[in-house]
Design a protein around this ligand. Structure first.
Ligand SMILES: Nc1ncnc2c1ncn2[C@@H]1O[C@H](COP(=O)(O)OP(=O)(O)OP(=O)(O)O)[C@@H](O)[C@H]1O
Ligand SMILES: [Mg+2]
Length: 251
Protein backbone atom coordinates (compact mmCIF):
# COMPACT_ATOMS: atom_id res chain seq x y z
CA UNK A 1 0.00 0.00 0.00
CA UNK A 2 1.27 3.41 -0.98
CA UNK A 3 1.78 6.03 1.76
CA UNK A 4 -0.49 8.93 0.86
CA UNK A 5 0.14 11.05 3.92
CA UNK A 6 2.55 11.14 6.84
CA UNK A 7 2.15 13.35 9.90
CA UNK A 8 5.28 13.72 12.00
CA UNK A 9 5.16 15.17 15.51
CA UNK A 10 2.50 17.79 14.74
CA UNK A 11 1.82 20.44 17.38
CA UNK A 12 -0.45 23.48 17.08
CA UNK A 13 -1.02 26.43 19.38
CA UNK A 14 -3.69 29.06 19.02
CA UNK A 15 -2.24 31.95 21.03
CA UNK A 16 -1.18 30.49 24.35
CA UNK A 17 -3.50 27.46 24.00
CA UNK A 18 -2.04 24.19 22.86
CA UNK A 19 -4.64 22.53 20.61
CA UNK A 20 -2.63 19.65 19.11
CA UNK A 21 0.31 18.00 20.80
CA UNK A 22 2.87 15.81 19.09
CA UNK A 23 0.58 13.82 16.76
CA UNK A 24 2.11 11.37 14.28
CA UNK A 25 0.49 8.81 11.98
CA UNK A 26 0.59 7.47 8.41
CA UNK A 27 -2.28 6.99 5.99
CA UNK A 28 -2.13 4.62 3.02
CA UNK A 29 -4.09 4.23 -0.20
CA UNK A 30 -7.24 2.16 0.21
CA UNK A 31 -7.22 2.66 3.99
CA UNK A 32 -9.93 4.22 6.18
CA UNK A 33 -8.66 6.00 9.28
CA UNK A 34 -11.26 7.20 11.77
CA UNK A 35 -10.45 10.03 14.12
CA UNK A 36 -12.44 10.06 17.35
CA UNK A 37 -12.36 12.45 20.28
CA UNK A 38 -14.56 14.66 22.44
CA UNK A 39 -15.75 18.11 21.37
CA UNK A 40 -12.84 20.53 21.23
CA UNK A 41 -10.26 17.72 21.06
CA UNK A 42 -8.66 19.21 17.95
CA UNK A 43 -10.15 16.88 15.30
CA UNK A 44 -11.23 19.55 12.80
CA UNK A 45 -7.97 21.39 13.42
CA UNK A 46 -6.07 18.24 12.47
CA UNK A 47 -8.19 17.90 9.29
CA UNK A 48 -7.32 21.50 8.37
CA UNK A 49 -3.63 20.79 8.95
CA UNK A 50 -3.87 17.85 6.53
CA UNK A 51 -5.58 20.15 4.01
CA UNK A 52 -2.85 22.77 4.44
CA UNK A 53 -5.36 25.33 5.79
CA UNK A 54 -3.54 25.54 9.13
CA UNK A 55 0.24 25.52 9.40
CA UNK A 56 1.45 23.61 12.46
CA UNK A 57 3.80 25.29 14.92
CA UNK A 58 5.87 22.15 15.03
CA UNK A 59 6.19 19.02 12.96
CA UNK A 60 5.81 18.10 9.35
CA UNK A 61 3.14 16.85 6.96
CA UNK A 62 4.50 14.82 4.06
CA UNK A 63 2.22 14.14 1.08
CA UNK A 64 2.39 11.76 -1.82
CA UNK A 65 3.49 13.82 -4.85
CA UNK A 66 0.72 15.67 -6.69
CA UNK A 67 -1.85 14.39 -4.24
CA UNK A 68 -5.47 15.09 -5.20
CA UNK A 69 -7.59 15.77 -2.12
CA UNK A 70 -11.36 15.92 -1.64
CA UNK A 71 -12.83 17.56 1.46
CA UNK A 72 -16.22 17.42 3.14
CA UNK A 73 -16.19 20.17 5.79
CA UNK A 74 -17.93 19.94 9.16
CA UNK A 75 -19.87 23.14 8.53
CA UNK A 76 -21.11 24.77 5.37
CA UNK A 77 -22.07 28.42 5.66
CA UNK A 78 -24.21 29.61 2.82
CA UNK A 79 -25.57 33.12 2.70
CA UNK A 80 -29.33 32.55 2.72
CA UNK A 81 -29.91 35.79 0.83
CA UNK A 82 -27.98 34.54 -2.22
CA UNK A 83 -29.94 32.01 -4.27
CA UNK A 84 -27.53 29.17 -5.04
CA UNK A 85 -28.66 26.03 -6.81
CA UNK A 86 -26.76 22.73 -6.58
CA UNK A 87 -25.50 22.96 -10.18
CA UNK A 88 -23.95 26.39 -9.51
CA UNK A 89 -22.52 25.27 -6.15
CA UNK A 90 -20.83 22.30 -7.81
CA UNK A 91 -19.29 24.45 -10.54
CA UNK A 92 -18.05 27.33 -8.39
CA UNK A 93 -14.50 26.24 -9.14
CA UNK A 94 -13.53 26.91 -12.72
CA UNK A 95 -13.09 24.22 -15.36
CA UNK A 96 -15.71 21.86 -13.94
CA UNK A 97 -17.77 20.30 -16.71
CA UNK A 98 -21.49 19.88 -16.08
CA UNK A 99 -21.21 16.33 -17.43
CA UNK A 100 -18.81 15.47 -14.58
CA UNK A 101 -21.09 17.15 -12.04
CA UNK A 102 -24.00 14.99 -13.16
CA UNK A 103 -21.82 11.89 -13.02
CA UNK A 104 -20.73 12.40 -9.39
CA UNK A 105 -24.29 13.33 -8.43
CA UNK A 106 -25.49 10.04 -9.93
CA UNK A 107 -22.83 8.23 -7.90
CA UNK A 108 -24.15 9.63 -4.63
CA UNK A 109 -27.75 9.15 -5.75
CA UNK A 110 -28.49 12.89 -5.86
CA UNK A 111 -28.83 13.72 -9.56
CA UNK A 112 -32.45 14.75 -9.00
CA UNK A 113 -31.18 17.65 -6.85
CA UNK A 114 -29.27 19.38 -9.66
CA UNK A 115 -31.64 22.36 -9.91
CA UNK A 116 -32.55 22.42 -6.20
CA UNK A 117 -31.67 25.45 -4.05
CA UNK A 118 -28.81 24.64 -1.64
CA UNK A 119 -30.71 26.34 1.21
CA UNK A 120 -33.68 23.99 0.68
CA UNK A 121 -31.72 20.73 0.99
CA UNK A 122 -32.23 18.41 3.96
CA UNK A 123 -29.25 17.48 6.16
CA UNK A 124 -28.71 14.17 4.36
CA UNK A 125 -29.06 15.75 0.92
CA UNK A 126 -26.55 18.46 1.82
CA UNK A 127 -24.01 15.84 2.93
CA UNK A 128 -24.46 13.93 -0.36
CA UNK A 129 -23.89 17.10 -2.36
CA UNK A 130 -20.76 17.87 -0.32
CA UNK A 131 -19.51 14.33 -0.90
CA UNK A 132 -20.23 14.61 -4.62
CA UNK A 133 -18.29 17.88 -4.76
CA UNK A 134 -15.36 16.23 -2.98
CA UNK A 135 -15.35 13.49 -5.63
CA UNK A 136 -15.08 15.85 -8.60
CA UNK A 137 -11.30 15.65 -8.85
CA UNK A 138 -11.08 11.86 -8.34
CA UNK A 139 -9.36 12.26 -4.96
CA UNK A 140 -6.52 10.06 -3.76
CA UNK A 141 -7.25 11.34 -0.25
CA UNK A 142 -10.76 12.06 1.01
CA UNK A 143 -11.06 14.09 4.22
CA UNK A 144 -14.52 13.88 5.79
CA UNK A 145 -15.29 15.94 8.88
CA UNK A 146 -18.38 14.42 10.53
CA UNK A 147 -20.12 13.60 7.24
CA UNK A 148 -23.21 12.06 8.83
CA UNK A 149 -24.15 14.86 11.19
CA UNK A 150 -27.88 15.50 11.21
CA UNK A 151 -28.67 12.32 9.29
CA UNK A 152 -31.02 9.62 10.52
CA UNK A 153 -29.72 6.10 11.25
CA UNK A 154 -30.64 4.61 7.86
CA UNK A 155 -29.11 7.58 6.10
CA UNK A 156 -25.92 7.15 8.14
CA UNK A 157 -25.63 3.48 7.22
CA UNK A 158 -26.20 4.23 3.54
CA UNK A 159 -23.65 7.04 3.56
CA UNK A 160 -21.00 4.90 5.29
CA UNK A 161 -21.58 2.14 2.73
CA UNK A 162 -21.26 4.67 -0.05
CA UNK A 163 -17.97 5.97 1.40
CA UNK A 164 -16.71 2.40 1.77
CA UNK A 165 -17.60 1.61 -1.87
CA UNK A 166 -15.91 4.78 -3.09
CA UNK A 167 -12.77 3.80 -1.16
CA UNK A 168 -12.73 0.49 -3.02
CA UNK A 169 -13.50 1.99 -6.41
CA UNK A 170 -10.92 4.78 -6.22
CA UNK A 171 -8.48 2.98 -3.91
CA UNK A 172 -8.24 6.32 -2.12
CA UNK A 173 -7.22 6.93 1.47
CA UNK A 174 -10.03 8.15 3.71
CA UNK A 175 -9.58 10.30 6.82
CA UNK A 176 -12.91 10.48 8.58
CA UNK A 177 -13.87 12.32 11.74
CA UNK A 178 -16.89 10.88 13.45
CA UNK A 179 -18.92 10.56 16.61
CA UNK A 180 -20.98 7.63 15.24
CA UNK A 181 -18.62 5.22 16.88
CA UNK A 182 -20.46 1.94 16.38
CA UNK A 183 -21.38 2.53 12.73
CA UNK A 184 -18.06 3.82 11.56
CA UNK A 185 -16.03 1.16 13.31
CA UNK A 186 -17.27 -1.66 11.08
CA UNK A 187 -15.72 0.03 8.04
CA UNK A 188 -12.54 1.34 9.60
CA UNK A 189 -9.04 -0.05 9.26
CA UNK A 190 -7.46 2.14 11.90
CA UNK A 191 -8.84 4.24 14.76
CA UNK A 192 -7.12 7.12 16.49
CA UNK A 193 -8.65 8.67 19.61
CA UNK A 194 -7.31 12.11 20.38
CA UNK A 195 -7.72 14.69 23.06
CA UNK A 196 -5.08 17.21 21.93
CA UNK A 197 -2.68 14.28 21.77
CA UNK A 198 -3.16 10.65 20.77
CA UNK A 199 -4.73 8.80 23.70
CA UNK A 200 -4.93 5.44 21.94
CA UNK A 201 -4.85 4.03 18.44
CA UNK A 202 -5.04 0.74 16.57
CA UNK A 203 -7.35 -1.59 14.69
CA UNK A 204 -10.99 -1.37 15.88
CA UNK A 205 -11.00 -4.87 17.34
CA UNK A 206 -7.79 -4.20 19.26
CA UNK A 207 -8.64 -0.70 20.40
CA UNK A 208 -12.01 -1.92 21.72
CA UNK A 209 -10.05 -4.06 24.19
CA UNK A 210 -7.65 -1.29 25.20
CA UNK A 211 -8.28 -0.42 28.88
CA UNK A 212 -7.80 3.31 28.06
CA UNK A 213 -10.50 3.09 25.39
CA UNK A 214 -12.87 1.18 27.66
CA UNK A 215 -12.27 3.75 30.39
CA UNK A 216 -13.29 6.52 27.95
CA UNK A 217 -16.33 4.91 26.32
CA UNK A 218 -17.52 2.37 28.85
CA UNK A 219 -17.69 -1.40 28.65
CA UNK A 220 -21.14 -1.69 27.04
CA UNK A 221 -20.21 0.43 24.11
CA UNK A 222 -16.90 -1.29 23.47
CA UNK A 223 -18.69 -4.65 23.64
CA UNK A 224 -20.99 -3.35 20.90
CA UNK A 225 -17.98 -2.46 18.74
CA UNK A 226 -16.82 -6.06 18.91
CA UNK A 227 -20.28 -7.24 17.85
CA UNK A 228 -20.34 -4.81 14.92
CA UNK A 229 -16.93 -5.98 13.89
CA UNK A 230 -18.15 -9.55 13.65
CA UNK A 231 -21.57 -8.87 12.19
CA UNK A 232 -20.92 -5.94 9.94
CA UNK A 233 -22.12 -7.89 6.88
CA UNK A 234 -25.68 -7.52 8.03
CA UNK A 235 -25.36 -3.75 7.48
CA UNK A 236 -24.48 -4.07 3.81
CA UNK A 237 -27.06 -1.98 2.01
CA UNK A 238 -27.60 -2.11 -1.69
CA UNK A 239 -27.19 1.28 -3.28
CA UNK A 240 -29.51 2.25 -6.08
CA UNK A 241 -26.59 2.72 -8.37
CA UNK A 242 -23.98 0.02 -8.65
CA UNK A 243 -22.00 1.63 -11.42
CA UNK A 244 -18.35 2.03 -10.46
CA UNK A 245 -17.29 5.65 -10.09
CA UNK A 246 -14.17 5.01 -12.18
CA UNK A 247 -16.26 4.88 -15.32
CA UNK A 248 -17.27 8.50 -14.71
CA UNK A 249 -13.76 9.81 -14.96
CA UNK A 250 -13.07 8.17 -18.31
CA UNK A 251 -14.00 10.83 -20.81
N1 LIG B 1 -9.07 29.64 14.64
C1 LIG B 1 -9.07 29.34 15.93
N2 LIG B 1 -8.58 30.20 16.85
C2 LIG B 1 -8.56 29.91 18.16
N3 LIG B 1 -8.99 28.73 18.69
C3 LIG B 1 -9.49 27.84 17.83
C4 LIG B 1 -9.56 28.08 16.41
N4 LIG B 1 -10.10 26.99 15.81
C5 LIG B 1 -10.36 26.10 16.79
N5 LIG B 1 -9.99 26.62 18.00
C6 LIG B 1 -10.09 25.93 19.28
O1 LIG B 1 -9.35 24.74 19.16
C7 LIG B 1 -9.98 23.69 19.89
C8 LIG B 1 -10.18 22.49 18.98
O2 LIG B 1 -11.14 22.84 18.00
P1 LIG B 1 -11.61 21.79 16.89
O3 LIG B 1 -12.61 22.50 16.06
O4 LIG B 1 -10.42 21.26 16.23
O5 LIG B 1 -12.29 20.67 17.80
P2 LIG B 1 -13.09 19.36 17.36
O6 LIG B 1 -12.40 18.21 17.98
O7 LIG B 1 -13.25 19.35 15.89
O8 LIG B 1 -14.48 19.55 18.09
P3 LIG B 1 -15.99 19.16 17.62
O9 LIG B 1 -16.18 17.70 17.94
O10 LIG B 1 -16.86 20.02 18.48
O11 LIG B 1 -16.13 19.48 16.17
C9 LIG B 1 -11.26 24.27 20.46
O12 LIG B 1 -11.04 24.62 21.80
C10 LIG B 1 -11.51 25.50 19.62
O13 LIG B 1 -12.16 26.49 20.35
MG1 LIG C 1 -14.85 19.46 14.62
Amino acid sequence: MKTVLKLKNISVNFGSHQIIKNISFDLHSGEILTLLGPNGAGKSTLAKIILGLIIPNQGKVIYQTKLRVGYVPQKLSIDTTIPLIVKRFMTLKSKIKIKNVIQVLIRVDAEHLLEQKMQKLSGGETQRILLARALLNKPQLLVLDEPTQGIDINGQLTLYNLIDNIRTELNCAIFIISHDLDLVMAKTDKVIYINKQICCSGKPKDIALDPKFIAMFGYNWTKQVCIYQHNHCKYKYNLNNNKSINSYYND
